[in-house]
Design a protein around this ligand. Structure first.
Ligand code: S3P
Length: 187
């Protein structure tokens, strides 16, 4: 089972008695960059869901959406989440839609803790830049309208996180610092 993950540190370092820390928020909020930085700082194991799903499928997220649709992608997210139930103490960065599925979140939380990296849709889109082309939900004629709609639909789920960080106003190093101290506090 552990051999099926490619993480920053061996999954064997993950301690199932401790809660996972999960970063949620819009595409472009910085979940992957911050997660990787926090894991490095705290010598914890980081998992980027989208990269892991791409590795397992041998396809990009855009290809998965294009060939089998969003529903199939959500099933892959669910299956990955299910596996993480048996582990703990990891820093997790699922895609932006993961948090809006209460059943899936409920597989890990409690005891996992959620941290919402809050940014405005405009900022998220700007930070994504050309990376937007790898986000099928945003490859539509009105990307700002799309990301605003995503936020409207997900706001409640994101805001139900255990902590909210105003990532809009802070540089990435500061966000990493704040998330790291929350992670230490949650032990
Ligand atoms: C999605 C966000 C993406 C990726 C997929 C769907 C979403 O991840 O999982 O394109 O529903 O918001 P990021 O949040 O890392 O961009």
């Amino acid at each position: 089972m552990t051999a099926t993950f490619r993480t920053s540190n061996p999954v064997s370092a993950a301690d199932s008695r401790r809660p996972h820390l999960i970063l949620v928020g819009l595409p472009g909020a910085g979940k992957s960059t911050v997660g990787r930085g926090v894991a490095e700082r705290l010598a914890r194991t980081f998992l980027d869901f989208d990269l892991e799903i791409e590795r397992r499928q041998g396809k990009t997220i855009a290809e998965i959406f294009g060939e089998k649709g969003e529903g199939h992608f959500r099933e892959l997210e669910r299956a990955l989440t299910e596996e993480l139930r048996l582990m703990g103490n990891m820093i997790l960065a699922p895609g932006g839609g993961w948090a809006s599925n209460a059943d899936v979140v409920g597989m890990l939380r409690p005891p996992a803790r959620l941290i919402y990296l809050r940014v405005k849709p405009e900022t998220a889109l700007q930070r994504l830049g050309s990376e937007r082309s790898t986000r099928p939900l945003l490859m539509r004629p009105d990307p700002l309208g799309e990301i605003r709609r995503l936020l409207d639909a997900r706001k409640k789920a994101y805001e139900s996180a255990d902590h909210v960080i105003e990532a809009e106003l802070l540089d990435v190093e500061e966000v990493i610092k704040r998330v790291s101290s929350l992670a230490l506090g949650a032990r």
